[in-house]
Write a protein that binds this ligand. Structure first.
Ligand SMILES: Nc1ncnc2c1ncn2[C@@H]1O[C@H](COP(=O)(O)OP(=O)(O)OP(=O)(O)O)[C@@H](O)[C@H]1O
Ligand SMILES: [Mg+2]
Length: 185
């Protein structure tokens, strides 16, 4: 039998579930708490393993506790789901439709990618354009600074991201690497 998890042997998913914004910087806490009024989300970026996904979950958990609503997607999984729905339903994806219309915060984690297909670009454009126009709060994370993603997603998408999100760098060390090194000590 697997043991009941403790803080030290929890899986990343178990840690994500209990992640709290009160462990994050005051700057992030203030931006998150005023998001309903400012209508602004965050574009979180930083190197591999610094805690972007953890931070995204901590913010999501705040909205779940406060408003009982938030929607979290991993970018790659989201694209795969939307593509599969579109292929089996004459181009219509229920997930895409709902993401566009969801008036509570959504989180699209890890939009890091070297290149985008037309389908990916169109999907992101459709989600972000609709959400930007409606003032729906959106959180994004990536390993790349905004200037770099302009080269990948193009200026139409980047312009909307900057129009609806404050960009914020998460600094630090790769925590996975650190954990692995600590274990070998
Ligand atoms: N504040 C934290 N408290 C405890 N564990 C954390 C914290 N932040 C991150 N971690 C752990 O560190 C590891 C890396 O964090 P995370 O997955 O959030 O990084 P990331 O920046 O999203 O990485 P990537 O760029 O590869 O997606 C995970 O195992 C996560 O559970
Ligand atoms: Mg991540």
């Amino acid at each position: 039998m697997w043991k009941t998890p403790t803080q030290t042997n929890m899986t990343p998913n178990q840690l994500f579930e209990i992640a709290s914004i009160y462990t994050l910087s005051k700057e992030i806490q203030e931006k998150v708490k005023s998001a309903k009024e400012t209508r602004r989300g965050l574009y979180l970026y930083g190197k591999v393993g610094v805690g972007k996904t953890h931070t995204m979950h901590a913010i999501k958990n705040y909205f779940i506790k406060t408003y009982n609503r938030a929607w979290f997607e991993n970018y790659t999984e989201m694209i795969a789901k939307i593509k599969s729905e579109s292929l089996s339903n004459y181009g219509f994806s229920e997930t895409l439709d709902r993401l566009k219309k969801y008036e509570y915060p959504i989180f699209i984690d890890d939009i890091t990618t070297e290149k985008v297909t037309d389908f990916q670009e169109e999907t992101m454009y459709r989600i972000l354009n609709e959400r930007y126009n409606n003032g729906y709060v959106t959180y994004l994370s990536s390993n790349r600074d905004v200037d770099v993603i302009t080269n990948v997603f193009g200026s139409r998408i980047t312009s909307r991201i900057l129009g609806m999100c404050d960009k914020l760098e998460i600094k630090g060390r790769d925590m996975r690497m650190k954990e692995a090194l600590d274990k070998t000590k």
